[in-house]
Design a protein around this ligand. Structure first.
Ligand code: AKG
Ligand code: FE2
Length: 170
């Protein structure tokens, strides 16, 4: 991913410092009125990178592409990799975090495990210096504790959008 940005791999991996990994297990009971509810509201993950697995192979994850909800057909047993808001910010907007939601199934329960990857607490969240030199910063730089204090509701791409500088073009 770093090479694709014209950087050395180390420049991106160094951003994680002593990396933090957090696991979330999600359980979505079946719902007879599945079309009237959501399993998880639309959001992007505020961290850097998510590895996700649908443990009982029931689909339900959808990503928002060009304003349209697209179902993810995961290969059974494979990880789904989602880019989080931090990677969008570090890459100065070259990588976009993915907005996603989960719909429920009328007949079957669904289980998933998400492994979130983020830097340790003394990190600064902001665009990588070499990218800023070339193209100017499109996002603010703030320390991690303040970053996590940004409104943490599940509401679209909250963190990425709040970090965006007003004059940035994309
Ligand atoms: O259950 C899923 O497939 C997605 C869960 C999710 O988006 C999350 O835990 O942040
Ligand atoms: Fe998520």
């Amino acid at each position: 991913m770093a090479e694709n940005l014209g950087l050395e791999a180390k420049q991106l991996t160094d951003m994680f410092g002593d990396m933090v990994q957090a696991l979330r297990m999600n359980y979505y009971p079946p719902c007879q009125q599945a079309d009237k509810v959501v399993g998880i509201s639309p959001h992007s993950d505020p961290i850097a990178l998510t590895l996700l697995t649908e443990t009982n192979n029931v689909q339900g994850l959808q990503i928002r592409k060009n304003g349209i909800w697209v179902p993810v057909h995961a290969i059974p047993g494979a990880f789904i990799i989602n880019i989080g808001d931090m990677l969008e910010i570090w890459s100065n907007g070259k990588y976009k975090s993915i907005e996603h939601r989960v719909v429920v199934n009328p007949d079957r329960e669904r289980l998933s495990v998400a492994a979130f990857h983020a830097p340790n607490e003394d990190s600064i969240i902001g665009p990588l210096r070499d990218l800023v030199k070339k193209e100017g910063a499109k996002y603010k730089s703030i320390d991690l504790s303040n970053y996590y204090m940004l409104n943490n509701t599940l509401q679209g791409k909250k963190h990425a959008n709040e970090m965006k500088l007003v004059n940035a073009t994309n």
